[in-house]
Design a protein around this ligand. Structure first.
Ligand code: SAM
Length: 232
């Protein structure tokens, strides 16, 4: 179960109403039972239930059961598409171990805004689901131009473009272990964006195969290919 609270030996964790309902109402746990908690920072902890009410409860941390497992330093930058498909991208990126998830507005992006809090909650659920101890941060929507203007030194970019033939096998030759993957919107990148992206010294243009993939499929394919080429 995910909590915001710091975790450490002897730490007391007050539960929120919906967490108490889930543990004691749905899962039927009670005083003396153990629950695995994580907060995305302190690893996973076995915690004992010391108070169990309908709307509240208290747990106490007993022992760490997993250390914090940091994913590779990989950002997924993507143009948000329809709501359900954007949810899917965030969920899969969190499952596959992205360190940061960044929705961006490109020339052909239709979405003007996103619900960052909802997407962050999807990332938490996905981490919970796959037993991870790390939760990637979902950034607020920002312009691709801004992200490129503030690009951190040393980070490489895997720019996925269906108009290219570049093989991902070449990625291994690039130095550094800080990476980002960029996936465009349904309409792809504009000619101006494509020209700019291709001219960036840190960008590596990559094809994901001969077919044009939907952006959500492309995000999963790109992360898989990146992991194959460069992951642990
Ligand atoms: N421009 C296209 C069009 O309207 O026909 C489609 C864009 S595609 C649906 C969305 C994004 O997925 C692209 O911008 C690209 O980043 C990625 N993508 C899809 N298929 C790809 C492929 N075969 N190789 C590399 N990237 C791909």
């Amino acid at each position: 179960l995910y909590v915001e609270h710091p975790l450490g030996e002897g730490q007391t964790i007050p539960l929120e109403r919906d967490q108490a309902h889930y543990l004691f109402g749905v899962m039927r746990l009670g005083v003396g039972d153990a629950v695995a908690l994580f907060n995305g920072r302190d690893g996973e902890w076995r915690c004992g239930v010391v108070e169990a009410g309908k709307r509240k409860g208290v747990l106490v941390c007993e022992a760490q059961t997993k250390p914090l497992q940091m994913p590779p330093d990989l950002w997924l930058i993507f143009a948000p598409i329809k709501k359900a498909r954007t949810d899917f991208i965030v969920e899969k990126a969190a499952e596959m171990g992205a360190a940061r998830i960044m929705p961006v507005q490109t020339d052909f992006t239709n979405s003007e805004r996103i619900r960052q809090d909802r997407l962050q909650a999807h990332a938490v659920e996905a981490a919970e689901q796959c037993g991870g101890t790390f939760v990637p941060e979902v950034a607020d929507l920002q312009k691709l131009d801004r992200v490129l203007a503030d690009w951190p030194e040393g980070r490489q970019l895997m720019f996925c473009d269906e108009a290219e033939v570049g093989s991902a096998a070449r990625l291994g030759a690039a130095s550094g272990d800080q990476w980002a993957i960029l996936i465009g919107p349904e309409g792809g990148f504009s000619p101006d964006e494509r020209a700019r992206l291709k001219s960036l010294p840190f960008a590596h243009v990559v094809s994901l195969g001969p077919r044009i993939l939907r952006a959500d499929t492309a995000a999963v394919a790109a992360m898989t290919i990146w992991q194959q080429a460069l992951g642990d």
